[in-house]
Write a protein that binds this ligand. Sequence first.
Ligand SMILES: Nc1nc2c(ncn2[C@@H]2O[C@H](COP(=O)(O)OP(=O)(O)OP(=O)(O)O)[C@@H](O)[C@H]2O)c(=O)[nH]1
Ligand SMILES: [Mg+2]
Length: 625
Amino acid sequence: MLNCRTFAHLKKRYIVLSSQVRIMEIRNIAIIAHVDHGKTTLVDKILHSTHVFRDNQETGDLIMDNNDLERERGITIFSKNVSVTYKDVKINVIDTPGHSDFGGEVERVLKMADGVLLLVDAFEGPMPQTRFVLQKALQLGLHPIVVINKVDKPNCRPDEVHDAVFELFFNLNATEEQLDFPTLYGSSKQGWMNTTLTPTENIYPLLDTILEKVPAPAMPEGNLQMQITSLDYSSFLGRIAVGKVTRGVIKENQPISLMKLDGTIQKSRVKELYVFEGLGKKKVSEVSAGDICAVVGIEGFNIGETIADYENPEALEVISVDEPTMNMQFSINNSPFYGKDGKFVTSRHLKDRLEKELEKNLALRVSVTDSADSFMVFGRGILHLSILVETMRREGYELTVGQPQVIVKIIDGKKCEPYETLVVDVPAEYSGRVIDMVTQRKGEMHIMESKGEIQHLEFEIPSRGLIGLRSAMLTNTAGEAVMAHRFLEYKPWKGFIQGRNNGVLISKTTERTTAYSIDKLQDRGRFFVDPGEDVYTGQIIAEHIKPGDLVVNATEAKKLTNHRASGADDAARIAPKILMTLEECMEYIQQDECIEVTPKAIRMRKVILNEDERKKAQKAQVEQV
Ligand SMILES: Nc1nc2c(ncn2[C@@H]2O[C@H](COP(=O)(O)OP(=O)(O)OP(=O)(O)O)[C@@H](O)[C@H]2O)c(=O)[nH]1
Ligand SMILES: [Mg+2]
């Protein structure tokens, strides 16, 4: 039976629209933070504590990072919408990626939110991406709720971090109201949040703060307006437009006008309509202003376009998508091992796949080159491009990718290149080395502060200088450095930056490597291949310990002697090969090198495999300069 109190409570939570239709109250929030500060873990906990799962339902580690690559790397690549119900209020939650390559995505999806949770790691404090996403949220007039996460970590410093966050708000010109942000402390991992540092049993204090502090979305009646802010893709339904309805009502089968970016109007019709529910979507017949929905059936739309009334369409202000800052050549695989393990190997396959990618990968561009076998692919950074290559190889593609290059622009008649802010936190004893390393790559130090034992360094550096820096940094600081960077702006070209210091050992032969040969060559270089691996002429098989390349034979068989013919003795003395990820290879190779990528292998090689031809080309290049 309903008693008076519950009735009053229900009345508060539902808005009576017309005589009979009651619409649930809504909150739309986005979770933003620097990479790895715990956004997805928190979204998972929100789903769990609002009983999206049956108690006995098996769930993986992070249910939200559901793409294979996301799971493997433990990062979020695509922003995602989920929806939960708490105290009769529908909370739409948008999980965003924290890596700076996907920063543009965050900026767009913030358009769907009426509030944000800014997560900050209680140990690391605000990082470059924290600043970037907070700035975007403040500019949109949102009032963030600050969550100091990971207070379970030893040596964390929640109070200091809180002060640093306040300072960041202040420096970003937050208004009085924005500066008056509510703060919660807790551990997403342990599943608790509180307004003080005292642990609780759950995250309800956070959910209560959301209900209290995040404004309900505006729900104006009138002609339909919905801006497409992100897209979903289903091989069955095709491209799906996602956004918040900001005015009026959108209905199944409704004819609409799509207000294109170029100002033209395209007539179309809504086929199906979905709202978010739990981890999935629920088909509905209509959605009113204030809620976030997914629309099926609209052909050829772009992000930022408005779905508007059929008769009286009005567009919303266009949102721009980040321009690429880096490019890389994608070609068919033309190594001697071509076609051995891939399913899709021709230029036609490559072209079709890249075109398909453009439909859903918003910050990506592709252009043709002089050769029908090569395409230039433009993206937001190494990670953005490497994820595409990784995805393709898992689908069965073979391809060759070249050295990633930053995109140069002519601005006011001057050659300009992208610059980034680089933040490095490192134990004081290594800070000198870090400064040297960054300065060599044309970085300039702007800030140097001590945080206890740790030195906090901030630089401005051309993006070019960052390529390959991470591995060099880890080697030179015994793995202690924590670094993060984010695109700043285009500025004048900074001149020559020294590439890789060491040369490489290149295979002379196309054969199987032997323990005998590798053992003999071990003091010359550190190997990328094991004994018994097939290699080809021109393949990079090791890093030379000195500058300059060397062509070597790593496939010689041991001369049989009267005693023993086995290579077991040699093998026992061989150091295990260095395993490099695709990204590490991308940062490692130089301009005359490229990477062969197949479903089973990643091999670095010289672009010109034949030694004589390579020398001729080098000579010609030197003469040209
Ligand atoms: N100690 C501790 N670790 C946490 C906590 N929250 C998350 N983590 C860990 O931090 C790592 C990153 O967590 P995610 O939730 O994937 O971080 P994210 O912010 O979604 O990362 P991106 O999506 O890549 O930006 C994982 O290893 C988590 O287990 C916490 O409260 N305490
Ligand atoms: Mg995440």
